[in-house]
Design a protein around this ligand. Structure first.
Ligand SMILES: NC(=O)c1ccc[n+]([C@@H]2O[C@H](COP(=O)([O-])OP(=O)(O)OC[C@H]3O[C@@H](n4cnc5c(N)ncnc54)[C@H](OP(=O)(O)O)[C@@H]3O)[C@@H](O)[C@H]2O)c1
Length: 227
């Protein structure tokens, strides 16, 4: 797909993978609506890279409805919607997890993706075309000890993604699942795991996502590990 002139919405894009994906999409000629709930950081990033900022907390359905309306209000269409916002929790044995944190993670990781996908589907059905990209994780490919809450949230995103892909098969809407291995981003905050330095660079992952979007035949399931 040629990205020149395409309208791309990215959630959780003030930093990390979302920000770099936005930068690459803009370099390829796309109009990017960048969203995040950290308003100051969002505005700063958007101004730096030339995106249109629209603040939204993905765990709030109305924020996402408003984000889609703002994108359509400004650009008349949405060609690509990237559900990127996500949170993680430090490694913990299952029986010691703070369940409020697990619920919050489900609100952001799975409900955020569901709300974003629904808004994108409604607009893309109206257009008869579009691409939804869900940033999942290699944590949705295997069970990982001490990461059961995060893995469960990402397995849920994977199941949702595979299901809507089949549901939308005849609609002109493509649904792509991205499964990156661990990346050096702000996801871990001050709880960086010991092997953090060996993680993938988000630039490498963002490049694989954008190149996949630009390919004539896009991969529906893209697992990104180090080359
Ligand atoms: N890093 C990894 O190892 C890794 C591996 C595989 C998959 N992923 C996935 O990749 C995606 C991007 O993560 P990242 O690694 O780039 O992390 P990141 O640097 O923390 O970026 C995620 C962004 O989403 C924002 N965000 C958090 N909660 C939000 C909400 N409720 N509404 C809107 N924005 C919200 C964050 O804001 P704050 O910074 O203010 O929280 C941050 O700007 C996530 O879905 C993550 O699960 C990450």
């Amino acid at each position: 797909m040629e990205l020149q002139g395409k309208v791309v919405v990215i959630t959780g894009g003030a930093g990390g993978l979302g920000k770099i994906t936005a930068e690459l999409a803009i370099k390829a000629g796309a109009q990017v609506i960048l969203s995040d709930f950290s308003v100051d950081q969002l505005n700063e990033t958007a101004a730096k890279i030339g995106a249109t900022p629209v603040a939204a907390d993905v765990s709030k359905e109305q924020d996402i409805i408003n984000l889609a309306s703002a994108a359509v209000g400004k650009f008349d269409r949405i060609d690509v919607w990237i559900n990127n916002a996500g949170i993680w929790m430090p490694h913990t044995p299952a029986e010691e997890m703070d369940l409020n944190k697990v619920r919050k993670m489900f609100d952001v990781n799975i409900f955020g993706t569901i709300y974003g996908s629904i808004s994108a589907i409604k607009q893309m059905k109206h257009q008869g075309s579009g691409v939804i990209v869900n940033i999942i994780s290699a944590s949705a490919l295997e069970g990982r000890p001490l990461s059961s809450g995060y893995c469960a949230s990402k397995f849920a995103v994977s199941g949702f993604t595979k299901s809507i892909r089949e549901e939308l098969r005849q609609s002109g809407i493509k649904v792509i699942g991205i499964y990156p291995d661990k990346m050096k981003t702000g996801l871990f905050n001050e709880n960086k795991p010991a092997d953090y330095d060996s993680y993938l660079s988000p630039e490498y992952v963002a490049n694989r996502i954008v190149v996949n979007l630009q390919n004539k035949v896009q991969m529906e399931e893209l697992v990104v590990k180090s080359a």
